[in-house]
Design a binder for this molecule. Structure first.
Ligand code: ACO
Length: 209
């Protein structure tokens, strides 16, 4: 069993439109590929290194095996892999991964949003929904995230969702050709109060639909 799977969260309205989370689907391949093929310079500075070429790794044909692996991890209880939609259109991904139960009850969270949908609060809304889901229906105690210090936009998103900085992980992850330092940020259920989405609504950043 995987508490919180399948993931369904939202809707939450922000400047860009109405944001929801739903499980990744095999039929997302075309939209996923169309977005990612044009976004190498937007995504590659921040994503973990994988074998192969960007244009081969992001064709529509590359998606089914990625999708199958994501669903396998979800069935095994190790992840909650979501598509982010704005106004019903696929615009990115949010994944809670590395889920361990027992005395940890923790996981990490990561996300990307395609450039055509960026700058309107989509990532902030998606992260708030994903975090609330992981600490709520997902029954996890702690969610952490790692972000390159240079990734200003993502740091803004994490801070708006209440993530606390815990330290600098040196040469932590291979990204964009080298082992890169990452900030470790986290949030635990005891400090989560009424949740991140409620806080965004209270501050006027988001509205319930
Ligand atoms: N300096 C200061 N603020 C900035 C900068 C900058 N250089 N760039 C963006 N911002 C602000 C934006 O103005 C916005 O704030 P605002 O609402 O006050 O205008 C905020 O940062 C971004 O918030 P959103 O609009 O919610 O974010 P968006 O939907 O644009 O997505 C994201 C941000 C996810 C970082 C997207 O650009 C992306 O996918 N980038 C590439 C992949 C990536 O970096 N993923 C995150 C990796 S780290 C992790 O997963 C934990």
């Amino acid at each position: 069993a995987n508490p919180g799977w399948p993931i369904e969260a939202g809707p939450l309205r922000v400047r860009a439109g109405v944001v929801t989370l739903r499980p990744v689907q095999r039929r997302d391949g075309r939209d996923w590929s169309a977005l990612r093929l044009g976004e190498r310079d937007h995504l590659e500075p921040w994503e973990p290194t994988v074998d192969g070429q960007w244009r081969d790794n992001n064709t529509a044909r590359a998606w089914p095996p990625i999708h199958s692996q994501l669903r396998r991890y979800a069935r095994a209880g190790a992840s909650l892999p979501a598509a982010i939609e704005v106004d019903g259109r696929f615009c990115g991904q949010l994944t809670v991964g590395g889920i361990v139960r027992g005395a940890l009850h923790s996981g990490w969270i990561g996300y990307w949003v395609g450039r055509p949908f960026g700058g309107g609060g989509v990532a902030t809304a998606a992260l708030a929904l994903g975090l609330d889901h992981a600490l709520g229906p997902g029954a996890l105690h702690r969610i952490d995230a790692t972000v390159r210090p240079e990734n200003t936009a993502s740091r803004v998103v994490l801070e708006r969702c209440g993530f606390r900085e815990e330290g600098l992980l040196q040469r932590y992850l291979h990204v964009d050709g080298a082992w890169r330092d990452h900030l470790l940020v986290a949030r635990t259920r005891d400090e989560h109060g009424r949740g991140a989405a409620a806080a965004l609504v209270a501050s006027g950043f988001a509205r319930r639909v």
